[in-house]
Write a protein that binds this ligand. Structure first.
Ligand SMILES: Cc1cc2nc3c(=O)[nH]c(=O)nc-3n(C[C@H](O)[C@H](O)[C@H](O)COP(=O)(O)OP(=O)(O)OC[C@H]3O[C@@H](n4cnc5c(N)ncnc54)[C@H](O)[C@@H]3O)c2cc1C
Length: 383
């Protein structure tokens, strides 16, 4: 069993940790307090190679392994958890486009995705369906060499400013088998948006997209009709480990800050760290977060080897954000009144990470997947 990263991965880890500390962490609160997230920052991420990790080299990307993408997610999220969303939402469209798009669509959109010129969102959820996404109602009707899309997509990360979106819509019968996927440029007539007032992840401008008879060329369909839902599920299987590692990055940063703080803050004539009631909390949370981290990397390693990883993906998705939120909560309390203050990053980290306890699948649904993998489908109360 081999637990080390390659030389290249170690260098990336070191470089990104430094970048997160010096460039992202000092600005973390800015995009939370109403300051608009500038487009130049997305281009900067593109220049750093963070948006083309899963884009093929011929389209300006790195074609990096999934473990490498996980390292990027963890390290970047130490500085700003929300930057991890850009890694997730560049890897998902990259995978779907490289596997399912026509060569012309790939040549047009993959370089734009890798450079940060185009932000591509992912729209599966609707007002009436989230966990039960296979029952989505948005329709795509073929008319000549176009599709006409009608419906509302809800809770779309980057909904407020994405340039395009992978939209899942019904082209056939009810259930998962009738769902197709499309790349939809969001500047088409018939598309409008709203942005939610979110407790956290405000940088991501999560919102609804409304399609009112929006027309797109048929060549923007991804793969065959009715195979869209499978593509969504394949994306979830690696993205859930990225989410876990983003949460882990935010938690490890918080724990490191807490170790430093409790070494210097005095109470009852000694540093807080000398009280086992304090240091044991740090020890416990570090242990739990490291457990979540290992499952997530194991999942990505399986993905890189072409091995099944659905169970590990679901395990890491419920455990990672939960362990992280609990660790950050403890860190906040261990900072006393300084922690319960907007000058400290801890309260924002908690709000930010909680969002991804829900996004991409709730803990209940993740445990259902683990149980399904263990017991078999015949023991599920729903499909
Ligand atoms: C921060 C954030 C970002 C998001 N980004 C995106 C995005 O980019 N694109 C996108 O398409 N969607 C996105 N979502 C939506 C997200 O994927 C859904 O919110 C999620 O899948 C849950 O669906 P729901 O909100 O409709 O909850 P529901 O499905 O209504 O569930 C409500 C509650 O019931 C529980 N529940 C449901 N079914 C069962 C069951 N069978 N057994 C036990 N408990 C159950 C759930 O676990 C949950 O606690 C995002 C959400 C958040 C919060």
């Amino acid at each position: 069993m081999e637990f080390s990263f390659t030389e290249e991965q170690l260098l990336l880890q070191k470089t990104l940790r430094q970048y997160a500390k010096s460039e992202l962490l000092p600005n973390y609160h800015r995009w939370d307090r109403g300051e608009k997230f500038p487009r130049e920052k997305i281009l900067e991420m593109g220049q750093l190679g963070l948006l083309g990790l899963r884009v093929p080299e011929r389209y300006g990307g790195q074609d990096a392994s999934f473990v490498t993408c996980g390292i990027a997610s963890e390290e970047i999220s130490r500085g700003d958890f929300n930057y991890g969303l850009f890694i997730q939402l560049s890897c998902i469209p990259a995978e779907l486009l490289r596997a399912k798009a026509s060569p012309e669509v790939q040549a047009e959109w993959l370089p734009r995705l890798a450079s940060g010129d185009a932000v591509i969102a992912f729209a599966l959820t609707e007002p009436a369906v989230g966990s039960d996404a296979a029952n989505l109602a948005t329709r795509a009707v073929k008319q000549g060499d176009e599709y006409v899309i009608t419906g509302e997509k809800a809770s779309v990360t980057f909904g407020g400013y994405a340039d395009a979106c992978i939209v899942f819509a019904r082209t056939g019968e009810s259930g998962a088998g009738g769902v197709s996927a499309f790349l939809v440029p969001l500047d088409r007539p018939g598309i409008t948006r709203t942005v939610y007032r979110s407790p956290g992840e405000r940088l991501s401008a999560r919102g609804s997209l409304f399609f009112d008879g929006a027309r797109i060329p048929a060549r923007f369909r991804l793969g065959e009709e009715r195979e869209g839902f499978t593509g969504a599920m394949v994306s979830f299987d690696f993205n859930r480990a990225f989410i876990a590692l983003s949460a882990v990055g935010a938690a490890l940063q918080s724990l490191e800050e807490t170790v430093e703080y409790t070494k210097t803050r005095q109470a009852f004539g000694r540093p807080l760290a000398k009280f086992e009631g304090v240091s044991f909390q740090v020890a416990e949370h570090l242990t739990l977060v490291e457990g979540a981290r290992l499952i997530a990397y194991k999942c990505l390693w399986f993905k890189d080897q072409g091995l099944p990883h659905t169970k590990e993906s679901a395990m890491s998705k419920w455990l990672g954000p939960k362990a992280a939120v609990e660790a950050i909560h403890a860190c906040l309390i261990l900072h006393g009144h300084y922690g319960y203050n907007q000058e400290s990053p801890l309260e924002q980290r908690m709000r930010d990470v909680i969002g991804l306890e829900i996004g991409d699948g709730t803990p209940e649904i993740m445990k259902g997947i683990v149980a399904r993998e263990v017991y078999g489908r015949e023991f599920m109360s729903y499909r």
